[in-house]
Design a protein around this ligand. Structure first.
Ligand SMILES: NC(=O)c1ccc[n+]([C@@H]2O[C@H](COP(=O)([O-])OP(=O)(O)OC[C@H]3O[C@@H](n4cnc5c(N)ncnc54)[C@H](O)[C@@H]3O)[C@@H](O)[C@H]2O)c1
Length: 334
C-alpha cells in the first residue's frame, strides 16, 4: 500500500522514507494538508499529517469522499483536528501520545535564557564588531521563582531543569505531579503563580478551557520584569493583549515558539511576500521578544520517536489493533 504524508520537512523526509520502507511505500509532500491540498489525498486509504495541518469539517469531508479512512497525525497536540466530524465520518485518527519531553523542555529553557541574557542582540552586535555591553544585562536565576503552568511530561522536564538552576518552584495544574512535588514544587492558584513568578512557562494543552489562558488580566498580574515563555500552543496567549503590554515597556523577555495564527506561516518561507499579519510584524520588533517557528520538538531524538510511533500507528490500524494513540473512534464506554 502507498501512504501519503503531508507537511514533511526536508530533514524529516529521509527518516520517514527509511522507517516506512520495510512495510509500505510512502509518498512525501512538503505541502501542508489544507482545503486546497486535500484533493491530492483522493485514493489514499491512509494519510499522515503534521501539526499545522487543518483538519476541519470541509477538509475531513473531502478526505472521506476521496476514500481516506485513516489519519496518522505526527504530533502530540491534536487541536487542529475536528474529532467529532472525523468520528461521524467513520475515520480513524491516531496521534503520537508521547515522545521526548526533553526536546520541548530544553527548548523552552533555550528561549528563557536567550531572552534573559540577551543572546540574540549580543550575537547581532558581535557580527557587526560592536562589543559594548549596554543593554545586555541579564539576571541570575538562582533563588528566583519559576512558575510552571501545566506540570505533565514537558512541564516536569522543565521543572527538573529549573531545580538544577536552584530556583523556587511554583506549579499550577488540575492534578499535582508527585515528581514535581518531590523537587520542592508548591502548587498554588494561577493568580498567585502569575504574581510571584520571575519566569513563567506554559505547558498545558490548548483546550476550550485554556484558550487565552494568558489574556490581559493574566498579563497584568505578572511582574513587570517577568520572563514569559510559550512552547505549548499559540492560542494559550492573547497575542494582541501581549503586544499591548510590551508596548507599555513591560517584561524582561518573552520567548514564543508558537503563535495563535501560525498556521499558514510557520514552517514556510514567507520572506519574499508582503507581511499581512500586523500582530506578528509588531511582535518581532520588540527587542525583548524572541519568536521561533514551532521548532521545540525538532530534535533528532523526538522526530525519530514521532516517526517510529507513526509507523506503528499505521501498522496497528491496518492490523485492526487499538492503542492509546487512537483518538477516534472512541472506545465504547465500559
Ligand atoms: N512546541 C512544540 O514543539 C511542542 C511539542 C510537543 C508538545 N507541545 C505542547 O505541549 C503540551 C504539553 O505536552 P505534555 O506532553 O507535557 O502533555 P501532558 O498531557 O503530559 O501534560 C499536560 C498537563 O496539562 C494539565 N492540564 C490539562 N488541562 C488543564 C487545564 N484545563 N488546566 C490546568 N492544567 C491542565 C494536565 O493535567 C497535564 O498535567 C501539548 O499539549 C502541546 O500543546 C508543544
Amino acid at each position: 500500500m502507498e501512504i501519503l504524508a503531508f507537511g514533511v520537512q526536508a530533514d524529516e523526509r529521509p527518516l520517514i522514507e527509511k522507517a516506512f520502507a520495510p512495510h509500505h511505500d510512502i509518498r512525501c509532500l512538503d505541502v501542508f494538508l489544507t482545503e486546497d491540498t486535500a484533493p491530492i489525498a483522493a485514493g489514499y486509504e491512509v494519510i499522515s499529517t503534521s501539526v499545522n495541518a487543518i483538519l476541519d469539517n470541509r477538509v475531513l469531508q473531502t478526505l472521506a469522499a476521496g476514500g481516506t479512512q485513516m489519519i496518522a497525525q505526527r504530533s502530540t497536540g491534536f487541536n487542529n483536528i475536528d474529532l467529532q466530524v472525523a468520528e461521524r465520518l467513520g475515520l480513524t485518527v491516531a496521534r503520537v501520545s508521547s515522545y521526548s519531553p526533553y526536546s520541548v523542555a530544553e527548548f523552552a529553557w533555550t528561549l528563557a535564557m536567550a531572552v534573559n541574557r540577551r543572546i540574540v542582540r549580543a550575537s547581532n552586535r558581535t557580527r557587526d564588531f560592536d562589543f559594548r555591553l549596554d543593554g545586555l544585562m541579564g539576571r541570575d536565576l538562582r533563588g528566583r521563582t519559576a512558575g510552571v503552568l501545566g506540570t505533565g511530561k514537558i512541564g516536569e522536564a522543565f521543572t527538573r531543569i529549573a531545580h538544577g538552576f536552584g530556583m523556587n518552584l511554583l506549579g499550577w495544574d488540575v492534578a499535582e505531579n508527585p515528581a514535581c512535588v518531590g523537587l520542592g514544587m508548591k502548587y498554588v492558584d494561577k493568580d498567585q503563580l502569575l504574581a510571584e513568578s520571575d519566569l513563567i512557562s506554559l505547558h498545558v494543552p490548548l483546550l476550550p478551557a485554556t484558550r487565552h489562558l494568558i489574556g490581559s488580566a493574566a498579563l497584568r498580574a505578572m511582574k513587570d520584569d517577568a520572563i514569559l515563555v510559550n512552547s505549548s500552543r499559540g492560542g494559550l496567549i492573547d497575542t494582541e493583549a501581549l503586544v499591548a503590554e510590551l508596548r507599555a515597556g513591560r517584561f524582561t523577555g518573552v520567548g514564543l515558539d508558537v503563535y495563535e495564527a501560525e498556521a499558514g506561516l510557520f514552517f514556510l518561507d514567507k520572506s519574499l511576500e508582503v507581511v499581512e499579519d500586523d500582530t506578528l510584524a509588531r511582535l518581532v520588533t520588540f527587542p525583548n521578544v524572541v519568536v521561533t517557528s514551532h521548532q521545540a520538538y525538532y530534535t533528532e531524538d523526538a522526530v525519530g520517536q514521532i516517526i517510529e510511533a507513526t509507523v506503528t500507528n499505521v501498522l496497528d490500524y491496518l492490523a485492526g489493533r487499538r492503542s492509546e494513540n487512537v483518538l477516534v473512534p472512541a472506545l465504547p464506554a465500559s
